[in-house]
Design a protein around this ligand. Structure first.
Ligand code: PXP
Length: 271
């Protein structure tokens, strides 16, 4: 079964809109766990625009499932990560002017900085993943540089329209195969929602999906715990061998049916 990492940066973004104490991402992490999250993902950005040092330190003490810390190659952030010792560290590119992470980390162009970051994180015992575009050269570089996992950037798939969707999905499938051949754990994320996640969850040996925006948006209407439960039901149904053909046959109508199915089965068995 594919693991769900819930990205709670958006909760901190709302807090920072008023520079106040609520909503607290630490509470959000607890709610996400109660909804069945397998991991909590946060990005400590250089400009601290959402998650801050206090959040990361408290989350390290309170999160009971996997804590996945996303970070750029900046030595200051790597040093904090090495001290906090998250269960997993994911290296991502970062530009101050971007709204969210755009594109994957270029492991070839940043080889020296990647080496330094990996050395620091591995010395602290972290399991280290690289957020990269689904390209052969980047995947090969990830293995050569010593990464434990690769998170494939699904943004282009998520933004694709018409025939482009199948093309981008195929690109992710081919990349997934390469990651597995290279012996790394397969993760994916960015722009995934309750509909487009189904095909990505079904890529063979997909181990972890990191999802933020869609879940936090849904939480506005049903609460975070329920929004996470719903995503877990979609993932369960999409990846359970018995239901694969059934989900496939539903196509676009899959999501309401899958959710209904989860409820009929008595809810999420992971809760
Ligand atoms: N994975 C990585 C590496 C990210 O940077 C992000 C965005 O913060 C996500 C996953 C989650 O993306 P989204 O919020 O679009 O679900």
């Amino acid at each position: 079964m594919v693991e769900l990492g819930v990205n709670i940066d958006h909760v901190a973004t709302l807090r920072q809109a008023r520079k106040t104490y609520e909503p607290d991402p630490v509470w959000a992490a607890a709610e996400a766990e109660l909804g069945g999250a397998d991991g909590i993902t946060v990005h400590l950005r250089e400009d601290r625009r959402h998650i801050n040092d206090r959040d990361v330190r408290l989350l390290r003490q309170t999160v009971q499932c996997k804590l996945n810390l996303e970070m750029s190659l900046t030595p200051e952030i790597i040093a904090i990560a090495a001290e906090v010792a998250p269960d997993q560290a994911t290296l991502v590119p970062e530009r101050r002017e971007e709204v969210t992470t755009e594109g994957g980390l270029d492991l070839l162009a940043n080889a020296d900085r990647v080496h330094d970051a990996l050395t620091g994180l591995k010395a602290a015992g972290a399991f280290v993943s690289a957020f990269i575009d689904p390209e052969e050269a980047q995947i090969d570089a990830a293995q050569d540089q010593g990464f434990d996992a690769v998170e494939l950037h699904t943004g282009e798939y998520a933004n694709a329209k018409g025939d482009e969707v199948a093309m981008q999905l195929h690109r992710l499938e081919r990349a997934g195969e390469r990651v597995r051949e290279r012996g790394m754990r397969l993760h994916a994320g960015h722009g995934l929602n309750y509909r487009n996640v189904i095909a990505v969850a079904r890529i063979p040996l997909m181990a972890e999906l990191n999802i933020g925006h869609a879940i936090v948006s849904r939480a506005m209407f049903v609460g975070l715990r329920e929004a996470v439960r719903e995503m877990k039901r979609v993932l369960d149904a999409a990846t359970s061998a018995r239901d694969v053909r059934w989900v496939e046959s539903l196509g676009e109508r899959a999501v309401p049916k899958v959710l209904d199915y989860g409820q009929r089965k008595g809810g999420n068995r992971n809760v």
